[in-house]
Ligand binder design. Structure first.
Ligand code: IMP
Ligand code: MG
Length: 180
């Protein structure tokens, strides 16, 4: 698996250090709000569990699965709800946890959905942000790292379902997806 990686962008240690900082900010913001933390499956699950362990707050956790990728390395722009939340979001403070924001379609879909359902506030924490990829205007409130416009894998991010379990974030060798 490691042989398919061209370059490591963020090591396990760098990820941990940045998560310590982000969690401190989120703890301060949410300490009196009892937020509902929504983790966007499957990519953001690793980031979410590592973050919530660092946050000293009362919070609930739920999951939502949306898909826009259909296996390739670029987004189709269409987002579909694959698995809904268990929770009612009405009047709740919501914190969405994402792995990466690229075109912005996924995030826009989620924010619109949660607001439509009556959420009191919706904020977003993403580990990675690829600003060059943006097709719709949407902004994350908390960003781990701004990343270049390359296809990344690891620490939750996948290519065709694989590489999520790499402990770091790296650039996938183009040869891996060019041959598919
Ligand atoms: P968006 O809708 O284009 O912003 O895409 C967001 C989703 O696409 C993320 O939640 C990821 O699952 C996936 N994605 C975007 N960029 C990458 C990447 O570089 N590697 C792996 N998955 C990605
Ligand atoms: Mg995702």
């Amino acid at each position: 698996m490691n042989n398919d990686i061209e370059r490591v962008l963020y090591s396990k240690e760098e990820l941990n250090r940045r998560m310590d900082e982000l969690a401190k900010q989120l703890t301060a913001e949410y300490k009196d709000q009892r937020p509902l933390i929504i983790s966007v499956m499957t990519g953001a699950v690793l980031f979410t569990v590592d973050m919530i362990k660092r946050m000293d707050i009362m919070a609930k956790l739920d999951f939502i699965d949306v898909s826009s990728y259909y296996g390739g390395t670029s987004s189709t722009g269409k987002v579909k709800l694959v698995q809904d939340l268990k929770s009612d979001v009405r009047d709740r403070s919501i914190l969405i946890m994402e792995d990466i924001v690229d075109t912005g379609h996924t995030l826009k879909y989620l924010i619109d959905l949660l607001k439509e359902r009556g959420a009191k506030s919706v904020k977003v924490c993403t580990l990675l942000d690829k600003p060059e990829g943006r097709q719709v205007e949407v902004k994350a409130d908390y960003v781990g790292f701004n990343v270049p416009n390359e296809f990344l894998v690891g620490y939750g991010l996948d290519y065709q379902g694989y590489y999520r379990n790499l402990p770091y974030v790296g650039i996938l060798k183009p040869a891996v997806y060019e041959k598919d």
